[in-house]
Design a protein around this ligand. Sequence first.
Ligand code: C2E
Ligand code: MG
Ligand code: MG
Ligand code: MG
Length: 283
Amino acid sequence: QGKKDGRGNYRVFKSAMDVELKARAQLESELRAAIMNGEIEPFYQPVVSLPERTLIGVEVLARWRHPTRGLLAPARFITIAEETGLIADLSYRLLRQACRDARDWPVHLQIALNISPQQFQDAGLSERILAILNETGLAPNRLEVEITETALVQDLEAARTTLTSLQNLGVRIALDDFGTGYSSLYHLRELKFDKLKIDRSYVDTITMSDERAKLVDAIIKLSASLGLVTTAEGIETDASLDWLSTQGCDFGQGYLFGAPMPKSEIDTLVSIDPAVIKARLAA
Ligand code: C2E
Ligand code: MG
Ligand code: MG
Ligand code: MG
């Protein structure tokens, strides 16, 4: 044993791969169980009307409350869920929980759910969503579905069908992370969205340079001229907030207003006086 040649190195490499494959297989089976056991929990991030500085809804963001590893962010498990086909189950359970949670909130508050690309290729998506809305009693016009352009590149016709059938139910469609895809204008031309969400990477930089700011301004104007409303993601500073409000951006989200939080904290936020919320959200 312990051959100091290429074969030895190969063996080391192979066993490292085995370890990784095993870790992955374990994570997959843990995730499968976690979904069944309800360890995937919806967190909610406030979405604010910029002219009014009032709470208009929340974005649902998945968290895994892992029994030993603590609270895990989506970056740790969404890709695995997508690759193993667990994402649909995860997503439907998350939606069901969010719809139930929303019963405790004023009816004008909207909920926005992220949907993965492969779910958008599934002809049964809108039917499954409708079934959950019916079961939980959430009005379809309180739901918004967020998709990224990756959802549209595989099969544009399938995506168009899904998009239209969701909109026919009264569900709105937001194009998420706008500006990070390869062919943004193409999809804006080919499909009718309701909302455009400007990616955080643009919002981050508006107060840093004139060119950056001009680009964001142009996106806001483009979106409005196509009849869409616009949300800016990742608002962290008052300077960005003021600038975006002045440029006519409709909605905003970001740590300035609140990070994604568990239901108990959103409950507190919505139970206080709207005027107080306004002051808080603008603070
Ligand atoms: P996203 O849909 O673009 O969500 C926005 C992300 O930006 C969230 O990260 C949120 O916590 C973060 N964020 C919000 N405001 C700020 C800010 O002011 N500063 C900074 N630095 N970050 C901010 P999160 O929760 O880690 O989610 C990451 C991504 O994971 C989401 O991006 C979405 O693509 C995906 N994701 C989350 N939940 C789900 C889900 O249920 N299904 C699917 N398919 N994807 C999900
Ligand atoms: Mg999103
Ligand atoms: Mg986004
Ligand atoms: Mg994003």
